[in-house]
Design a protein around this ligand. Structure first.
Ligand SMILES: [Zn+2]
Length: 347
């Protein structure tokens, strides 16, 4: 008979908040770092992820980015990340934040980057049935003009796999004011690109940032958004907007030291009836995977099995794939959940 943990692990999952670089296998990271002469703080992979603070984490993230300078390596990393996530938590669909500016700085131009990703992720889709889309991420440390230029690049090279824009890194002031990128979001909207923004994540952020992203940037999804529960008015506004939130439990523990317990903001967002989906953010680098976010994090936050199934389904509902694929993936989800429920009741 299947336990709750088995069912949580086997639930089909759509992950909508995942930075491609952080899906890299650690053994691949070490191999590529040696090949390209990029310095790792330590060769001991466990010690490497034992962060003494944010600088240690950013250091590893930067190394993981810097070793991706050959399209063949990018395709390999993309493919391996899917294989691992299927094994860890039955991943069925994923959307990836990818930062074109970072890759361009390493000599991989935007069309080559997209081709490499489609190469690796397309192979994974053919072999494992895992769907994907790509989201071009604004590097917030580079400022508003660079963001507009990045969106112009995406528009100049349309590709069916690239469906929208999002964000990564932090602003130089470490705040999250989303309005500084208003021009880039307006441009993306005019050209039919979907939009998400990283807001309301840290204690330096404000609930108003969440409202600004929805009201002014017209985002289709909010990434993180936890501070929304700190302000009743913003919470009511967010709920009535119907915008989905991509929440990443383990990352809040790793970066903000928020205990995963029923008072956690994500648990409160779920109880308050927001449309929440669950993801890893920086899977490998946060020592997590799409399975653990359900089996460990949701359980620790007091989220029951029925709610976990609802959250998993929301991942497919809030996806940016086309309607035909969404219908197909939701039907597959419902069929697999029915099969799991049946298997659970067997003696
Ligand atoms: Zn993120």
């Amino acid at each position: 008979m299947l336990s709750d943990a088995d069912i949580l692990r086997l639930l089909p999952k759509a992950e909508l908040h995942c930075h491609l670089v952080a899906t890299m296998r650690l053994t691949t990271l070490r191999e590529l770092a040696h090949r390209y002469g990029v310095r790792l703080r330590t060769d001991d992979l466990e010690e490497l992820l034992d962060y003494r603070g944010l600088p240690d984490f950013l250091d590893v993230f930067q190394v993981a980015q810097e070793v991706l300078r050959d399209p063949a390596d990018i395709a390999r990393v993309a493919y391996e990340g899917v294989v691992d996530a299927v094994r860890a938590g039955n991943l069925r669909y994923r959307e990836y934040f990818v930062n074109p500016d970072n890759f361009a700085a390493l000599g991989v131009d935007y069309p080559s980057l997209v081709d490499a990703l489609v190469d690796g992720l397309g192979r994974a889709e053919r072999e494992l049935g895992v769907g994907y889309r790509i989201i071009a991420a604004i590097n917030r440390s580079l400022g508003p003009e660079a963001a507009v230029a990045m969106v112009q690049t995406v528009i100049a090279h349309p590709h069916p796999a690239v469906v929208g824009i999002g964000q990564d890194y932090l602003t130089p002031e470490l705040d999250e004011d989303p309005l500084r990128f208003a021009a880039a979001y307006a441009l993306a909207e005019r050209h039919g690109l979907r939009r998400s923004a990283h807001v309301g994540e840290t204690m330096a952020a404000s609930p108003q940032n969440v409202r600004d992203a929805i009201e002014t940037l017209h985002v289709d999804r909010v990434d993180h958004g936890y501070r929304v529960v700190d302000d009743a008015e913003v919470l009511a506004f967010a709920r009535s907007s119907g915008v989905a939130f991509t929440c990443t439990p383990h990352s809040t523990y790793e970066l903000s030291h928020w205990e995963l317990e029923p008072g956690h903001r994500i648990a409160r967002m779920i109880r308050e009836g927001l449309l929440v989906t669950i993801a890893t953010d920086d899977a490998v680098l946060f020592k997590t995977d799409v399975g653990r976010e359900y089996t460990v994090a949701l359980t620790a936050m007091g989220v029951g099995l029925a709610d976990a199934v609802r959250l998993a389904r929301a991942g497919f509902e809030a996806a940016w794939c086309d309607d035909e694929e969404k219908r197909r993936r939701l039907a597959d989800f419902d069929g697999l959940v029915a099969a799991l429920a049946g298997a659970r009741d067997l003696p």
